[in-house]
Design a binder for this molecule. Sequence first.
Ligand code: SF4
Length: 342
Amino acid sequence: MQDIKELTLEELKKALKNWGADEFRARQIFAWIYKKGAGDFMQMSDLPLDLRERLKENFYLFGLKLIQAFKSHDGTKKFLFALKDANSIEAVTIPTEKRITGCISTQAGCKFKCSFCASGALGFKRNLTSAEMLEEILFLKNNSPQKKTTHIVFMGIGEPLDNYINVMKAIRIINSRLGLNIGARRITISTNGIIPGIKRLSQEDLQIELSISLHAADEKTRARIMPINKIYPLKDLISTCREYIRKTNRQITFEYILIKGVNSDLQNARKLSTILKDLNCKVNLIPANTIKEYKIEPPKHSEVLVFKNLLLKQGINVTLRKPRGQDIEAACGQLRLRYEKK
Ligand code: SF4
C-alpha cells in the first residue's frame, strides 16, 4: 500500500490512466485531499464508487498517529506524532494576528547535533517522505479553528537541505494551485548552512524564503555550538549567501539564538554586524528557550536589547522574535526527546 500523497498530480493521472479511469479524476482527488480535508476515500462523493474502492485497496490517506497534543497559553499548539515505522516527529501551529504558521519536521531525528537543540540528541533515524511532510501540514490545517494554514516553515526536527528531493517535492504540492495553494513567499526553508543545498536552491524556479541558522559570528563559537561549521565554515557560508542574494535577488533571514555566556554580548553583536555588513538580509534574534539538560539559558532582556540596538545602529534590519510556546516545550525536538527516552 502506498501513501497517495506521495504522488504528484501528473503521477496520479498516470496511475488512473493505467486503471482505465479518466485523468480529470486526479484533480478531484487532489481537491478532496488538499482542499476539502477528506478523511477517507469513501467521502470522495463525486468519484464513482468502484474508483473509490480501488483507491482504498491500493492507497492510504493518512499514516501519522497523534501521540500527544499541547496547547500553550499564547495559542501555540504542538503535536507529537508516531510515523508508520514508530519513529516520532513534531509539528507546531503558531497563530498570530495576521497569520497561522505551520512549522514542520523534515527528518526523524537529525545528524547535526547543534548544542542548543534537542532534535539531534537521539541521532538520525531517517528522512521523511514528501507525503509525511504534507500530512503534517494537513493535520495542522484540519485541526486549526479556521481550517487554515497561511505560512509554512521547514524549521522543525531535521535539516531540510539534507532531505532536498523530498522537501522540494512537498513544496511543489504546497505551492500548487490544485494542492495546498500556499504562495511561495509564504514558504520558508530554514537551514543550518549546507552550502551545496543553498547553491542548488538558488537555481530553483521558486520564490521561497531562505532562512539561515547562523547563531554565532565567528568560526570558533559557531563550530562549538554547530558542528556543521567544521564542514561548511562561516566564511564560505557568508560568501555563498552573498552569491544566493545576487542570483535570486532575494533577501535572506539570519536566525541568531541568543544564549547566555555563549554569543550574546556586545563583542558578538559587533562581529555579527561586521560579517553581515552590505548584505541584503534581515536578522531574527531569538532569546534561547531554557533547556535545563543542555544548560542553555537566554540572556537578560536588557542584554538582548543592547545586542539588538547595536545591530540597528549599524544599519542592519533586525527583529526580536517573541518567545512562543515556552510552557509546552516548543523548542525543537524537546517533546520527542522526552517521549523516545521513556
Ligand atoms: S538546529 Fe536543526 S540542524 Fe541543528 S540539531 Fe536541531 S534540527 Fe538539527
